[in-house]
Ligand binder design. Structure first.
Ligand code: XXG
Ligand code: FE2
Ligand code: CA
Length: 347
């Protein structure tokens, strides 16, 4: 879809290509390196005493994850790549017109490997970077001799916790994102939504809760056995406590998944086998909130921590953003597959 078709009062949105990278604050870089590099198999593109720049086997750009050591675990920013250098300026104008804080970050002054960028605090309260230029990395897809652990191929999506799902849906629609799937109540009230720019199920999805917080990063593997293998490796090392939910098959997205928590509680989903959404008339698929298959296609329970726990986000000066409470709480109104309601106890 073309971003030009979705004009907003704020002017034309930047032409976003895809979710590109996240920058996280971790409290112990050595522990984080064990988790993300040794266990998940991300490649180190650059490291120094305070930071790690990582990418997957199917990524030709400098990084998809930056870990920076700091006092408290947090999301520093998520970042979207835009199609042209001019789109960086368009992003600045778009968010300025919305009355949001914006900051230009010239190449060399911000995140290593990234060219001229703009950082904003979006209307949902999230720190978001838009950039076009990024350094290249060597092709690793067929360096099978170097692949290890979960063998992560690429960053697939961000999942963010927001108190008002329709507001998040409207904001990302105004940025030109399409909607692949939703979870809705009987009156079509929206409990969750999955939205995309690249031709997959999503680049960003929304979980209802007190926000802004980061729910998880979705990291794609090429093959479903890599999801099982990830869980097996954690089990074999008696590190099974890092596995939070799954493995399983999602209803939403059809992806095969497992969720892990890193040593700081940052959640990562190992994700594979979703589907193509690139036709311009692709229609939104709507799940009813009472359908027990929506979050796990086999009806397995979703653990409560998955709904409730998430990581704070910072503003452009590194200050933790205050939270707003949710409007609708999916986990409290549903029973059955989520196992969190009061009516059914299948155990
Ligand atoms: O990527 C995802 C998720 O947002 O992590 C969760 C796809 C589907 C689901 S869900 O739990 O709704 O099946
Ligand atoms: Fe996800
Ligand atoms: Ca149950």
């Amino acid at each position: 879809m073309s971003s030009r078709s979705s004009m907003s009062p704020a002017g034309p949105p930047p032409d976003v290509i895809r979710s590109a990278y996240a920058q996280l604050v971790v409290t112990d870089l050595a522990r984080a390196r064990w988790f993300w590099v040794d266990m998940l198999g991300l490649f180190v593109q650059y490291e120094d005493e305070r930071s790690l720049y990582l990418r997957g086997t199917d990524e030709l750009t400098h990084h998809s994850l930056v870990l920076r050591e700091g006092e408290t675990a947090a999301l520093q920013h998520i970042a979207y790549r835009v199609r042209t250098p001019e789109d960086v300026g368009r992003a600045e104008e778009f968010f300025t017109a919305l009355g949001r804080s914006t900051r230009r970050v010239p190449a060399g002054r911000g995140t290593r490997g990234i060219g001229d960028a703009v950082r904003v605090v979006d209307p949902l309260g999230f720190p978001v970077e838009f950039f076009h230029d990024i350094e290249r990395g060597e092709r690793l897809i067929q360096r099978y001799d170097l692949h290890r652990g979960a063998e992560i191929a690429r960053l697939d999506h961000f999942n963010i916790v927001v108190p008002d799902i329709p507001a998040a849906y409207r904001h990302y629609s105004s940025l030109g994102f399409g909607c692949s799937e939703t979870i809705e109540g009987d009156e079509h009230e929206m409990y969750a939504a999955w939205m995309y720019r690249k031709q997959t199920v999503h680049d960003v999805a929304f979980t209802a809760g007190a926000g802004p917080r980061l729910h998880h990063l979705g990291m794609a593997t090429h093959e479903s056995h890599q999801v099982l293998r990830t869980a097996d490796i954690f089990g074999a090392l008696h590190e099974e406590g890092f596995i939070e939910r799954g493995p399983g098959r999602h209803g939403v997205s059809n992806a095969f998944y497992v969720y892990l928590r890193d040593p700081d509680g940052h959640r990562v989903e190992i994700y594979t086998s979703d589907y193509y959404t690139g036709d311009p008339d692709h229609e939104t698929y709507r799940w009813n909130v009472h359908d027990d298959r929506r979050r796990d296609f086999w009806g397995n329970a979703v653990i409560e921590s998955w709904y409730k726990e998430a990581v704070p986000v910072l503003d452009l000066d590194g200050v933790t953003q205050p939270l707003r409470r949710e409007v609708l709480d999916e986990s409290s109104v549903t029973v059955g597959a989520d196992g969190l309601g009061t009516i059914i106890n299948r155990e």
